[in-house]
Design a protein around this ligand. Sequence first.
Ligand SMILES: [Zn+2]
Length: 138
Amino acid sequence: MAENVVEITQKNDRTRRLLNAELARITARLRSEADVPMAGVVGGDFLDIAQGIEHQELARLSASRLVDRARRLRIALTRVSDGEYGICSECGAPIPPRRLLAVPDATACVTCQSRLERAGGAGPDAGDPAEQPVRKSA
Ligand SMILES: [Zn+2]
């Protein structure tokens, strides 16, 4: 932990800017998608209605994915502030940037994550392992 504090601060600023930029893009896209009119549903024939519903269904799907991504980005920003971003909560090793790109709120490196998933089916996000009930052998 003898890294240059200034260097870490600059890196955090850059990370925060990148995360905020993506969050802003998602927010803008969600806002524009919310404005999509219910085209074809009123006064159209059956095909128009079916198409309109299908379009809304697709929009809803991608919106929920965007909402999930936005939620992860907000968690990631909190972790940057806490100085925990990109650090595995299990072994303390740095989480590879490629993994952080895919999962911004990742709290464990790939090795620990797969070990955790094998162990209990739940990731570290399920809670502090210390808080999980101890299984007593009968
Ligand atoms: Zn780890």
